[in-house]
Design a protein around this ligand. Structure first.
Ligand code: SAM
Length: 221
């Protein structure tokens, strides 16, 4: 039986993620079925990152490892480190990457236990909106610190679709995800937070009717 070695920040609900770990992959697949499938969407996100075989990569808030696995599949000589607070979510991730160059570390995004400049690239998928604004700001600063100069942070998260067509989704998000997540999903907020930490925004794309955003942000040379 694995034991939590890290004390999570007060907002974090260890038991919630323990329960969710049992159904997370199933529910995610279900959610994406009308949009051509979850893996297809995730694969485009990972493919756009131009991963080199020898890269050393961090996947923050790796959860059950769906992004970690796709990243690991591109590596030869390199390694991906999945970081999450939930040992239960990471237990699912470990099952997905047997024999692949992936390791896991329990840690909070706002306190990453890696040296400055340790990684060539960073990923986070659907993780940043889980954090209250100050913790998210600190987590973004931590990713900045552990990236090499020139390293790119690849971010995939929800986005609030604008206009009357997106009203239902905006209400849903406000009710079920809470205010910090709702605020982060407003246009330009997340890219602004990345810029505040020192990143240059290479591009920001909206996907699937504006419900998702993909940002590539680089630590300057
Ligand atoms: C919605 S899941 C996303 C999982 C995965 N990245 C994916 O694409 O499916 C969010 C994950 O963020 C993790 N998480 C939330 N706050 C965190 C923090 N401060 N530090 C590390 N992980 C955190 C949760 O434990 C959970 O596994």
């Amino acid at each position: 039986m694995m034991q939590d070695k890290v004390t999570p920040p007060s907002y974090y609900k260890t038991d919630y993620w323990k329960r969710y770990s049992k159904v997370y992959d199933f529910l995610t697949r279900l959610l994406f079925t009308p949009f051509g499938g979850e893996e297809r969407f995730r694969r485009k996100f990972v493919d756009a990152a131009n991963i080199q075989p020898a890269d050393n990569i961090i996947d923050m808030c790796c959860g059950t490892g769906a992004t970690t696995r796709l990243v690991a599949g591109k590596l030869k000589g390199g390694q991906v480190t999945g970081v999450d607070l939930s040992l239960d979510m990471m237990a699912r991730a470990k099952e997905k990457v047997v024999g692949m160059p992936a390791v896991f570390q329990q840690a909070s995004g706002d306190n990453l236990p890696f040296p400055e400049g340790a990684f060539d690239k960073a990923f986070v998928s659907y993780g940043l909106h889980e954090m209250p604004t100050p913790i998210r700001g600190e987590a973004i600063k931590q990713v900045y610190k552990v990236l090499k100069p020139g390293g790119v942070f690849n971010v995939l998260d929800y986005n609030l679709p604008q206009g009357i067509g997106g009203l239902g989704i905006r209400v849903f998000i406000r009710v079920f995800e809470g205010l910090p997540a709702y605020q982060m999903m407003q246009p330009g907020v997340l890219s602004g937070e990345l810029k505040d930490a020192g990143f240059e925004i290479l591009n920001r794309r909206q996907r699937l009717l504006g419900m998702f955003q993909i940002i590539q942000a680089r630590k300057p040379l």
